[in-house]
Design a protein around this ligand. Structure first.
Ligand SMILES: Cc1cc2nc3c(=O)[nH]c(=O)nc-3n(C[C@H](O)[C@H](O)[C@H](O)COP(=O)(O)OP(=O)(O)OC[C@H]3O[C@@H](n4cnc5c(N)ncnc54)[C@H](O)[C@@H]3O)c2cc1C
Length: 460
């Protein structure tokens, strides 16, 4: 028997949605799919799934959910690493992945209007055809959605030069709990009228409303890009090289660290002759033409003084190098199925200390660790390499200690994945009580009955 509230909700929505409204107990494949994401959070227990195709349909869902008091969980592509789209018992999953149209692209005005389910890489490809670029490039960009990127304020390797998703969100259309449709922001570069509303939604992890449309800024695509793989004797040596690059006045568009466990894990999947080393930096420079990008790369290599530098001689090798970095997470996961992945960020100058802290935590827990990722942003994925649930349990305390250390440095427990379910235990570390109270008051304003992703991130 379904609870009465859910039964009423299903009866209300069934005539409008037909087969796009699914009782998850009767659909084991969909049940498996929507009860998980790419995090280590345990599977959820959602009751129903709805697959809207338009803003009007999302609005109808939100209105009915509020009328019958059923909590909703917005879902994009389910690649999140914090469990933020995993439904709790009885929740209605609102899957926005099917709303994936590129509604318009205006090269002269440098923006695109998209539906939330559009896959991130698809926008960059469409922008590229018009001589433009959509810079945010999470390593999951071939599978994650723009709505999910906005809701998590996703970053990526190019963030070191171009910044994270927030910088590119000019305007949003959102559906509030209760079904009201609100448009916020603008379709031009500048705009200061009234409160800046759209930024509040960026990183809100589905707790404030359902994003149904976004106006996203595009920038001119640099015509010259140079990619290189720099080898080092240790992550500390790679980190010192990174500091010299910035101090020397070079702004790379990518500065990604791979440490020994990451290199070992990814090696079998690599499609180019990757050198053997204890650590590597994947670096890129870009500029208005190839010659300028090449000069920057020469200077970068002089400053970095690697043990070996391999320049990508053509576009295919450059893409193979980038793909190597993108495959690290899944390659480690294949070897260590219970691995836990953190995304701590600290001021860039604290990077050597973060590497040391990660090693100290690894020793304390007696579990191997890999620290790889966005070194140029001060944001590393510290992974504890667990094969069993028991091993993962042993990391709980050291990870809390790592969070406390990061926050004490002026950093954060999450540089890009969000708090979702998996970082809820760090709420007291990240926020003072008055800050947490204020965030919850803001949520109450938009979602008075706490129906949007309750129990996730900062939400009660
Ligand atoms: C291999 C791999 C590499 C990754 N690399 C990166 C990286 O480099 N940088 C990075 O930042 N992240 C990375 N991630 C994490 C993940 O891809 C991002 O967090 C991404 O933004 C999630 O998008 P999604 O569409 O999968 O969202 P989901 O996982 O479906 O949802 C994430 C959150 O967004 C909310 N949400 C989704 N759509 C909407 C909407 N339309 N309206 C309101 N709320 C919504 C959900 O409720 C949930 O809170 C990686 C993940 C994997 C598996």
């Amino acid at each position: 028997m379904r609870p009465v509230a859910l039964e009423n909700l299903m009866c209300r929505l069934a005539p409008q949605f037909g087969e796009r409204l699914i009782d998850l107990r009767e659909a084991p494949e969909q049940q498996r799919r929507v009860n998980q994401d790419a995090s280590h959070a345990p599977p959820g227990d959602g009751a129903a799934l709805v697959l809207p195709k338009s803003t009007a349909e999302v609005s109808a869902v939100a209105a009915a959910a509020q009328e019958f008091g059923v909590p909703m969980v917005p879902r994009g592509a389910g690649t999140g690493k914090a469990g933020a789209c995993i439904p709790a018992t009885g929740n209605l999953v609102v899957d926005l992945g099917g709303m994936r149209q590129l509604l318009s692209l205006r090269p002269a005005d440098q923006f695109a209007v998209v539906q939330p389910g559009l896959i991130t890489e698809q926008l960059d490809l469409a922008a590229g055809a018009a001589g433009l670029m959509y810079p945010p490039d999470p390593a999951s960009w071939s599978t994650c959605s723009l709505g999910g990127n906005i809701a998590t304020n996703a970053g990526g390797p190019r963030a070191v030069k171009y910044g994270v998703t927030a910088r590119y969100v000019w305007g949003l259309e959102v559906v509030l709990a209760g079904g009201e449709v609100v448009r916020m922001g603008r379709q031009c570069l500048k705009g200061v009228a009234g409160l800046a509303m759209a930024p509040l939604w960026v990183g809100s992890e589905g707790t404030l409303g359902l994003i149904t449309e976004a106006t996203l800024h595009l920038v001119p695509a640099p015509r010259g890009v140079q990619t290189a793989w720099l080898s080092f004797a240790s992550p500390a040596a790679a980190s010192a090289a990174g500091s010299r690059i910035f101090a020397g006045g070079i702004m790379p568009r990518m500065l990604e660290l791979l440490d020994d466990p990451a290199l070992t894990a990814v090696r079998p999947a690599v499609g180019w002759p990757m050198p053997t080393s204890a650590a590597a930096l994947l670096v890129e420079t870009d500029a208005h033409d190839m010659e300028a990008a090449r000069r920057q790369m020469e200077r970068l290599c002089e400053l970095a003084a690697p043990d070996g530098a391999q320049l990508a001689s053509d576009g295919a090798t450059a893409e193979a190098m980038r793909q190597t970095r993108r495959l690290v997470s899944s390659s480690l996961k294949a070897l260590y199925p219970q691995k836990v992945s953190d995304d701590i960020a600290v001021p860039r100058s604290r990077m050597p200390d973060l590497l040391e802290q990660a090693q100290a935590c690894s020793r304390a827990a007696g579990i191997g660790a890999s620290a790889y990722g966005h070194m140029g942003d001060g944001n590393l994925h510290v992974n504890f390499l667990c094969r069993t649930v028991e091993e993962r349990q042993r990391t709980v305390e050291v990870r809390q200690a790592l969070y406390r250390w990061a926050v004490a440095q002026g950093g954060t427990v999450s540089g890009e994945h969000g708090l979702g379910l998996t970082k809820r235990a760090a709420l007291d570390i990240e926020f003072r009580p008055e800050s947490l109270r204020l965030q919850r008051r803001i949520k109450k304003l938009f979602d008075p009955h706490n129906l949007l992703n309750p129990g996730k991130s900062y939400a009660e």
